[in-house]
Each structure stands twice: as structure tokens, then as C-alpha cells.
Design a protein around this ligand. Structure first.
Ligand code: THG
Length: 369
């Protein structure tokens, strides 16, 4: 499919940064949580090199924060995720799948323990607020659930730490991965976490005052001039190379976390009350599909995203991109495990692709030739 114009209205919500994003020359948007998400500014490939070599500022306001507070907040969060959250400390983020009673993936957010009895669900693209409110109402839980007035701004890339330190001060380098500090910008404290949707390193600033959006954006660009700071957004090339999953693309509620390789973020043996754990304990090892990588020497045309063999469909491609760094065509595909047991490659569009585990291991891939 070729790119089309996106018609923008109130429904495709803008953000406090949108005017600056427009002024920076945004060329593409997608819609995420009913909100605009910039996808690229120069070209996807030029943006990729700027992210990997320098530093970018991303308007990721669409990572909406579903705030759950009140006496039963931790109980509700634990019901929604099969990851044990009991040892989380205030200020910590936890990447965690949310799963329904069948083990189906509802979302894959970052859970943030903002304070005791105050959790933020930093959601991927699905309507978690509705599900959470339904559960809370049905179970009679004592919680308040709302979409918080928070607009995350990510600063990503190898020079991100330098830039964020210039703006937020010397406490920044001491922030560990998926931990945060409350730091001041123009006298207002906001959460700064070492996190973000790339593997180039960086921070997310959880802006809590829309009037500071433009001053914050401008300060990052003023202080980052010598670092070649650019506007950017989650980059398709970088995130596929890094094996970062995208809910709605790589997986949906029809998949379970084992199929997506999220096993490490599930505590099957924990003594916790989580609504998906009984189903997940049953499903483990018996799931039908597995998300894997496919590696081709040249670009491939998938017909309707299908991967077929001997006249039957054996999987489908969920995300794909040409990697300019490795000179390979990379795909993430949801493949039938019965096919994977017997095969190490697929043939699509007349081209052979190797099946590899995720995340991609490029040393091994390049050695294969
Ligand atoms: N930051 C915040 N919220 C988010 C995202 C984010 N919400 C939506 C979306 N991104 C959720 N998806 C992901 C996917 C991967 C990661 C974070 C969010 C991630 N994973 C690391 C990894 O896979 O190596 C670390 C996981 C860990 O060790 O805990 O960072 O980007 N606020």
C-alpha cells in the first residue's frame, strides 16, 4: 500500500507539541491511541542515521498514561498483568504484557509505579482505559481510573544523556534503566525516566504542564544544536533491527505472550492474583504460532502479508523493512510452530529467507553470508 494523506480532526487528537512538530517539518503521521504520532521528518532512512549517530526529540504524547489510583490500584494492575509487580519501587517502570482471561494480549505497556497506590499504565495502541474501568466496576474495586494529563517527550540516541543533562541537570546520568527521578524544568518537577522505544539509549520526560511543552521543546533544540539534535519519532528501521514489538502490528489480542516471545515478562510460578495466569499456565508450550525473524538478501513483495509453503499458509508477516546498516530485508513473521519444527527457511516472491530467532543476531546473520 502506498502512503496516503491522513485527514486530521478532533478525533485524531493533537498534542501540546504539535505546533513545534509541524514547524520542524513533519512528513508523516500515524494514529496511536486516537492521537497523532509523527513517523518521520526527513526520510525514514535519514531519520534512522540521525537517531543512531546523534540525538532526537520525539513527541510520544500518544503513549497515554492510564492512571489507576486508590486503595485497590495495585490489585487491579496485578489482575491485568501476569508479570509480578509486587517488588516494584516508586519511580520504577516495568515492561509488562496485559492479558485477558484467555491469555490474549490486550496491550504491552510500560507499567509505572508513580507512588504508593498510584500506578500509570503507559499504553501501546489499544483502549486499556475501557477494559480497566469495566474490570474495576464489575469487581467493585476502590480505584479511580483516568487518562492522565501527561504528554511524554522522548529524547533518544547516543547523545541523549548529554542533552537531557544540560536541560535537567547533573542528576540525570545517575538514573538507571527503567528508573526515574522527579526533576525540575522552569521550576516545575516532572518525571524523567531512562527508557524509550529504541535501543540507542535515552530518556522519556513525562510533561505534566502543557504550557511548558513549547519551552521544553525549544530548550532541547537550543541546547542540542552542537549535538545535531533533530525531531524524530519511533523509527521503523531501528525498532525492527532492535526487535522491539509493536502492538497491533506484530501482535494483537488474538495472540498470547508466548507466541510473541514475551515469556521473560510473565511470572507463571508467582503467588499472585492475575486473571490470565490460569489460562497461561495451560497454554504454555502448546501455543500454535511463534513470532520469528525472516532475513532476505533483497526486498520481497508479500502478497496480503502471507507466507505459504506447499500450497498452504504457514504464517504471516507482521512488520518488514530494508535495513540499510546490514543490507538485508528484515521481517517479523507470526509462523506456525509445526512449520518451524521442520524448516529453517521460507520462500516468498521467489526469494529464500532464513528463519531466525528474535531479537535478530546480526553477527550470526552476517556470518551466514
Ligand atoms: N515508553 C513508554 N510507554 C510506551 C512505550 C515506550 N508505551 C507503548 C509502547 N512503547 C510499549 N511497548 C514497548 C516495547 C518495548 C519496550 C518498551 C515499551 C522496551 N523494551 C526493552 C527490551 O525489550 O529490551 C526493555 C524491557 C525490560 O527489560 O523491561 O523498552 O517506549 N513510556
Amino acid at each position: 500500500m502506498t502512503d496516503k494523506i491522513l485527514s486530521i480532526s478532533r478525533r485524531t487528537r493533537s498534542t501540546p507539541f504539535t505546533r513545534r512538530v509541524e514547524a520542524a517539518g513533519v512528513k508523516g503521521y500515524t494514529v496511536y491511541n486516537h492521537m497523532l504520532l509523527p513517523t518521520f521528518f526527513d526520510s525514514k532512512e535519514a531519520d534512522y542515521w540521525s537517531l543512531c549517530n546523534d540525538v532526537q526529540v520525539w513527541d510520544v504524547s500518544c503513549e497515554r498514561q492510564i492512571e489507576v489510583f486508590g486503595p485497590d490500584s495495585e490489585r487491579l494492575i496485578q489482575l491485568m498483568t501476569p508479570r509480578d509487580i509486587s517488588r516494584a519501587v516508586v519511580g520504577q517502570g516495568l515492561y509488562a504484557p496485559l492479558c485477558d482471561e484467555n491469555g490474549g494480549l490486550v496491550n504491552d505497556p510500560v507499567l509505572i509505579k508513580f507512588a504508593d497506590y498510584d500506578w500509570w499504565i503507559s499504553i501501546a495502541d489499544s483502549d486499556v482505559r475501557l477494559w480497566a474501568r469495566g474490570l474495576a466496576h464489575g469487581l467493585g474495586l476502590d480505584v479511580t481510573i483516568r487518562e492522565a494529563a501527561i504528554w511524554p517527550l522522548a529524547v533518544q540516541g547516543p547523545k541523549a544523556e548529554q542533552l537531557v543533562t544540560r536541560v535537567f541537570g547533573d542528576e540525570v546520568p545517575g538514573i538507571r534503566f527503567f528508573r526515574s527521578k522527579m526533576l525540575e524544568f522552569q521550576g516545575k518537577a516532572m518525571m524523567v525516566m531512562r527508557s524509550g522505544y529504541s535501543k540507542q539509549g535515552g530518556f522519556e520526560i513525562y510533561l505534566n504542564d502543557p504550557d511548558l511543552a513549547e519551552p521544553l521543546w525549544d530548550e532541547l533544540f537550543d541546547r542540542g544544536q552542537d549535538l545535531n539534535v533533530r525531531a524524530g519519532g519511533p523509527n521503523l528501521i531501528e525498532r525492527i533491527e532492535s526487535g522491539l514489538l509493536s502492538y497491533g502490528n506484530d501482535m494483537t489480542y488474538q495472540h498470547n505472550p508466548f507466541e510473541c516471545g514475551l515469556d521473560a515478562f510473565i511470572d507463571l510460578d508467582a503467588d499472585i492474583e492475575s486473571m490470565s495466569l490460569p489460562a497461561l499456565r495451560q497454554i504454555r508450550g502448546k501455543h500454535e504460532n511463534q513470532l520469528v525473524g525472516l532475513v532476505f538478501d533483497e526486498a520481497v513483495n508479500f502478497v496480503e502479508f502471507a507466507v505459504s509453503a506447499d500450497g498452504r499458509k504457514v504464517g504471516d508477516v507482521r512488520s518488514q523493512v530494508w535495513s540499510p546498516r546490514y543490507q538485508r530485508y528484515l521481517a517479523m513473521a507470526m509462523m506456525r510452530r509445526d512449520y518451524l519444527r521442520e524448516h529453517k527457511s521460507v520462500k516468498v516472491d521467489g526469494k529464500i529467507g532464513n528463519i531466525v530467532d528474535l531479537p535478530f543476531d546480526f553477527d550470526a546473520i552476517l556470518k551466514e553470508g
